[in-house]
Ligand binder design. Sequence first.
Ligand code: COA
Length: 265
Amino acid sequence: MEIRKAKRDDRQAVLEFCKDTFPWGDYISDVWGIWESDGGLYVLEMEDAVVGVYHVALLQKEAWLEGMRVHPNHRKKGLGTAMMGHAESVVKEGTIRLVIESENHPSIKMVRNMGYDIESEWRLYVMEPGRETSKASIAETAANLADLADSHTYADSWKWLPLDGEELGKLVGNGRVVECSQNGSVLAAGIWNRSRDFPEAFQIGFINGTGDGIDEILKFAKNRAFETGCRRIQVFAPERFKLNSSLLEVKSLFYLMRKELRKTL
Ligand SMILES: CC(C)(COP(=O)(O)OP(=O)(O)OC[C@H]1O[C@@H](n2cnc3c(N)ncnc32)[C@H](O)[C@@H]1OP(=O)(O)O)[C@@H](O)C(=O)NCCC(=O)NCCS
């Protein structure tokens, strides 16, 4: 068994065993090119056949692990665990995070065995793009947003990144924060993204505030997605916020999982 960097020639074999990963299919074909070119895409080869794949992104402050797949005929033989171990040897030290749908029991068991814990629970909601008027607008300052940014992380196109005062300031500077204010106080705030991995999706990777404020941000997102030709909108919020908006359809619960790698001498 060998785990090595993926090559262009591996694509077909991987896509073949990934095409029915989930009831809805898989997304590996959409991201293969980007993942291969950033150097973080690895495959597992056994007896001259490629039967496993994963991607690791080395981000500024931590690493993100995603897209782990084992050929259905080769599962439960320790290959997923071997790829997790390999990813840790690539990352070496610091924080590794990944996200798993809460019903994906094989994956949860595997990563728990590897020492990962649930850091937070996130709910996915969806809505359709559409013409709307909204009282929300792009935030111009991070002042008054700190209380609403009540989370250690936010989703940035299916990667959860650390959220602190410095990051919030940068996001505001990049026009990525939407707020709804009334009489000088901020009722709600959201962080949006549009991913290069999934350009058809408009995503809100964090949202918090009053019910009315949140609805204004959602209407802003619907309109922005409509005007920029997005086909779907995903909204992520910490499950403890339990969003209750008629604009949203409630979807799956996800576990953000985390492990701290200690530097080995
Ligand atoms: C998740 C996945 C990568 C695991 O790969 P794998 O090679 O089968 O995993 P391993 O053989 O290393 O198993 C590791 C542990 O997970 C558990 N596990 C694996 N498959 C399981 C299953 N179907 N049911 C219950 N537990 C399972 C086992 O308990 C095993 O621990 P053990 O050896 O102590 O029993 C594989 O099932 C897969 O490709 N699934 C579809 C894609 C997916 O869900 N990817 C993750 C998305 S975040």
